[in-house]
Design a binder for this molecule. Structure first.
Ligand code: GRF
Length: 216
């Protein structure tokens, strides 16, 4: 059984998808700790309801990003976490966290990277006028949404979409995609290829199983 640590900043619907998949047995994993950088967010309530330990660790209490990450690492290690999932965690992480969990920190982003990194990928996609957007689960590196891509799901932008209708449809795919990728880690099927002068590439069962679409 894989021990997960989930980092959140807000509503925690991705956390909920993970908790549900663990509870139903779909994932042979357990959330050992939920960490939030903000108090009184819905993610904390979700952890409480699921009987999962949670902590608020405010970045405002740490003098630097590195020192904040050192606090996160201590908490995650104490909880015995093996895979760190950034699920709506609105902070950039540093090598302090990444080196403590090499190739074991993943993030969900609500756009098809490398398009529309950073905040509000859904609004960025809408404003740009793309007809297909989606979500990406990637390994985290020290950049903003720049790490090697694990999996992507495509979501069409429909006539009449506004930010919220689009975000809702993207979110449904986020929940599916994130749970699927965590399963790959649970089953030990992820391999990261690093070649000189190239971006690292992720393989699952020796293949690039990186794409699906919610189109029928
Ligand atoms: C998701 O769209 C996630 O991709 C983005 O922030 C949103 C968080 O949603 N980074 P939730 O907290 O999981 O409900």
């Amino acid at each position: 059984m894989l021990s997960l640590g989930v980092l959140c900043s807000g509503s925690g619907t991705n956390l909920q998808a993970i908790l549900d998949a663990c509870a139903s047995g779909e994932l042979d994993a357990r959330v050992k700790l939920v960490l939030c950088n903000k108090p009184a967010v819905m993610a904390l309530e979700r952890a409480k309801r699921a009987g999962v330990p949670s902590r608020v660790l405010s970045h405002r209490d740490a003098p630097s990003r590195e020192e904040y990450d050192a606090v996160l690492v201590t908490a995650l290690r104490e909880a015995g976490v093996e895979l760190v999932v950034l699920a709506g965690f609105l902070r950039l992480v540093t090598p302090v966290l990444l080196e403590a969990f090499p190739d074991r920190v993943i993030n969900i982003h609500p756009a098809l990277l490398p398009s529309f990194p950073g905040l509000d990928g859904q609004q960025q996609a809408l404003a740009y006028g793309v007809t297909i957007t989606g979500c990406t689960v990637h390994l985290v590196d020290a950049g903003m949404d720049t790490g090697p891509i694990l999996a992507q799901a495509a979501v069409p932008v429909l006539d009449g979409d506004d930010r919220d209708t689009l975000a809702r449809r993207v979110l449904r795919q986020e929940h599916r995609l994130l749970v699927e990728v965590i399963r790959w880690f649970v089953e030990g099927r992820v391999w990261v290829e690093r070649a000189e002068g190239q971006r690292p590439r992720v393989w699952v069962d020796g293949r690039r199983r990186a794409f699906w679409s919610d189109e029928p």
